[in-house]
Design a protein around this ligand. Structure first.
Ligand SMILES: [Zn+2]
Length: 269
């Protein structure tokens, strides 16, 4: 079992998860291990719980694959392996395949939604705390009684819209090149996403990452999907890190005015 501890004064929670320390990359001196997420290495992961594509669980033939996380943070913690190709990050996926990945997010969200708060997040690149290079997204279920600190949608600073979504770079963005993807159908949970929204979200997320990449070069990023009602997806490039000032004051220093990011996206989307 995972140990949840709360600070009685500010009510903030932490999770004590010693198993997590054993994950690949935590000990930097380790030799590069064989990738357990690559095609043909299916037997290296814990038993598969879901797949898109052909073949039997534990065998090749898959397009997207879901397995329990070996180094879990919470009691229910899954890994969604996007693609058999080791070198594809989310923005490199063919559009149709990115739609499949989003469809799997929806499937797993709805599968677990009655068990707690379903958090879906992606760590891509070293500065984003990626543990395995082979791109994957994680899903962790946090018990309903644990209060999350996830921000809600505030004032929208519009960079782009289509029939399905709004793309916003909030004026009070905490990180350089931070981008929010907000469905036009508001007040729903991610599990309610429909196929038109899936296509728009996956296409635009890919596009935005590639636009930023063209501007700053290859960069690490996190994105996450808000776990409860009035959902959104937030992309956080990890071009800068939290330093002493941020840790001591709780005030984030953003080195990029979000208005410049709006202009960049307006010109390129
Ligand atoms: Zn791999």
């Amino acid at each position: 079992m995972v140990d949840y501890r709360q600070n009685k004064l500010n009510k903030k929670w932490i999770i004590v998860s010693p198993k997590r320390a054993k994950r690949p990359g935590e000990n930097k001196k380790e030799a590069k291990p064989v990738c357990p997420f690559c095609y043909g290495h299916e037997s290296m992961t814990p038993p598969e719980v879901y797949r898109i594509g052909d073949g039997n669980p534990g065998e090749s033939g898959w397009k997207v694959r879901v397995v329990p996380n070996k180094y879990k943070i919470t009691d229910i913690h899954e890994v969604i392996i996007h693609h058999p190709n080791h070198d594809f990050d989310f923005e490199d996926l063919p559009e149709e395949h990115a739609n499949l990945v989003f469809g799997v997010y929806k499937n797993r969200f709805n599968f677990h939604k009655d068990e707690g708060q379903v958090v879906i997040f992606n760590n891509c690149g070293k500065e984003a705390a990626e543990s395995l290079e082979h791109n994957h997204t994680q899903l962790a279920v946090v018990p309903a009684n644990i209060q999350l600190d996830t921000p809600v949608i505030g004032e929208i600073n519009l960079a782009y819209e289509d029939d399905q979504l709004l793309i916003s770079c909030p004026r009070d963005s905490e990180w350089p090149y931070e981008v929010w993807f907000i469905p036009k159908r508001r007040d729903l949970c991610f599990g309610d996403i429909n196929s038109d929204e899936i296509m728009s979200f996956s296409r635009n997320l890919k596009k935005v990452i590639n636009i930023i990449k063209k501007e700053v070069g290859k960069f690490s990023y996190n994105f996450y999907i808000y776990p409860s009602q009035d959902w959104y997806l937030r992309l956080i490039p990890r071009i800068t890190n939290r330093a002493g000032f941020e840790l001591s004051t709780g005030i984030m220093v953003n080195t990029k005015d979000s208005q410049e990011v709006v202009n960049l996206l307006k010109q390129n989307l």
